[in-house]
Ligand binder design. Structure first.
Ligand code: S3P
Length: 464
């Protein structure tokens, strides 16, 4: 699907964004393996989250019917039409966001020991978080699991999770370091202390999920801080979790059911914040997650000259929730994101690059090599797309440099990557001419209803 973007509109007002993808994966896994009833509100219907729900429906017999009904309702509401299966959006629907996340998902769990052997390979589709977290969950299981995904996921590195899990006693084979990943049964896993691995919340979470069913203590010491949703959830569920600086320790425990509303996804909000700032509008986003391991992009945007305030309203299962207010931005300036800051904006680099293309000067992202192994090679994708829109950017080893000064507009593609597609749409909103972005249906992976949400805020968009 191709989107035509005409510049000149102000993208502002009031918005909400679909629930946080990272939190949703974790709460789905934890609710499906809880002993007792959980009620999850605001569960987003993005494709990645549905991949986790579908895998848990295969693995967890008792919650299966509820998960299947939830998956079915999302399909029926037309949120899941993938490329080539009649994907349509009503860009004038005026709903923001138009999804089925108003439904509560009630799951009755029988505990982690009730997980059943998957009869066939678990299909994680495009979702690295699904595959990596489930490998950790299944490492202590008394049966064999085979996990794989689509072509993009099957090209992504998995030894980073296999290695620490093997150190705990797990039997795991990757395919030349990639999926399919095979997890074979073992007796009992034992705790380890894991230091100096890849800075990755997915790796940390895989180890912690295995650690909650291992003997002794399991500690992950991170080289730099990454998102901490897993440890927050385990702690909120009463688990034996100790957090000291960049070290987190868990011990074995079986949690009970829980209730919560998934906060809006700050990584999705980042696209709306950028759209408002680049079109000189004011925007208020409510009900969004304000976990400090996720909101660093706001600090980067402030350095670039975007006036931002946040307001904390409460907490959901250990996650801070509140509002983001974007003031009217004037001229924007370049900034540098250093190697220590980068993991805290790992998913926002494409949208920050879109803002950087309109700022004064050259913005640098240092030590961004990890972006080469995301849903696409995001460094090359940013360079290609910004050049397609008439701008300039380049990659030097692990660094990305984006030249500012504005964009004349042109053509760019998502390359099958949700965040890349959204970044170019946002960049195009402030171009001097009309642009087209191809492959926009992939935005359903994390931000269901992205284009209609932008349209409802005033963006001038149409299907090309
Ligand atoms: C995620 C962690 C990040 C992020 C991904 C979601 C998570 O990956 O890029 O979109 O939910 O744990 P890494 O931790 O592997 O960098």
């Amino acid at each position: 699907m191709r989107l035509r973007i005409r510049p000149g509109s102000a993208v502002g007002g009031h918005a909400r964004v679909p629930g946080d993808k990272s939190i949703a994966h974790r709460w789905l896994i934890l609710a499906s393996t809880a002993r007792g009833r959980s009620r999850l509100a605001g569960m987003p219907g993005g494709l990645d989250v549905r991949s986790t729900a579908a895998c848990m429906a295969v693995l967890a017999p008792k919650p299966r019917p509820a998960l299947e009904t939830w998956l079915h309702l999302h399909r029926d509401r037309g949120a899941d039409e993938r490329q080539g299966r009649g994907f349509t959006w009503n860009l004038n629907a005026g709903e923001n966001p138009p999804d089925a996340s108003t439904l509560d998902l009630v799951l009755e769990g029988d505990g982690r020991n009730a997980l059943a052997e998957p009869p066939k390979r678990l299909d994680c589709e495009n979702s690295g978080t699904t595959l990596r977290l489930l490998t950790g969950l299944l490492a202590p299981a008394p049966f064999t699991s085979l996990l794989a995904g689509d072509a993009s996921l099957n090209a992504r590195p998995m030894e980073r999770i296999a290695e620490p899990l093997r150190a705990m006693g797990a039997v795991i084979d990757t395919t030349d370091g990639h999926p399919p990943v095979r997890v074979d049964p073992v007796g009992e896993l034992h705790g380890i202390t894991w230091e100096d691995g890849t800075p990755s919340a997915q790796v940390k979470s895989a180890i912690l999920l295995a650690g909650t069913a291992a003997s002794g203590s399991t500690t992950v010491v991170e080289p730099v801080t990454t998102r901490d949703h897993t440890e927050r959830a385990l702690q909120a569920l009463g688990g034996p979790v100790r957090i000291e600086g960049r070290s987190v320790t868990v011990e074995a425990f079986q949690h009970q059911g829980f209730s919560g509303t998934v906060p809006g996804d700050p990584s999705s909000a980042a696209f709306l914040v950028a759209a408002a700032a680049l079109t000189g509008a004011e925007l208020h986003i409510e009900g969004v997650g304000l976990n400090p391991t996720r909101t660093r992009f706001l600090a980067v945007m402030e350095r670039m000259g975007i006036p931002l305030t946040t307001e904390l309203d409460g907490e959901e299962v250990g996650e801070p929730v509140g509002a983001i207010h974007v003031g009217r931005a004037g001229a924007l300036r370049a900034t540098t994101v250093d190697v220590d800051e980068l993991p805290l904006v790992i998913d926002e680099v494409p949208v920050l690059a879109a803002v950087a293309a309109h700022a004064d000067g050259v913005t640098r992202f240092r030590g961004a090599g990890e972006l080469k192994v995301k849903e696409s090679d995001r460094l090359s994708a940013v360079v290609e797309g910004l050049r397609g829109l008439g701008g300039d950017a380049e990659v030097e080893d692990e660094d990305l440099a984006v030249t500012g000064g504005g964009l004349p507009g042109g053509n760019a593609g998502s390359g099958g990557d949700h965040r890349i597609g959204m970044a170019f749409v946002v960049a195009a909103l402030a171009a001097s001419g009309t642009s087209e972005v191809e492959g926009i249906e992939h935005t359903e992976v994390s931000f269901p209803g992205f284009a209609p949400a932008l349209g409802a805020l005033g963006a001038d968009l149409e299907e090309a």
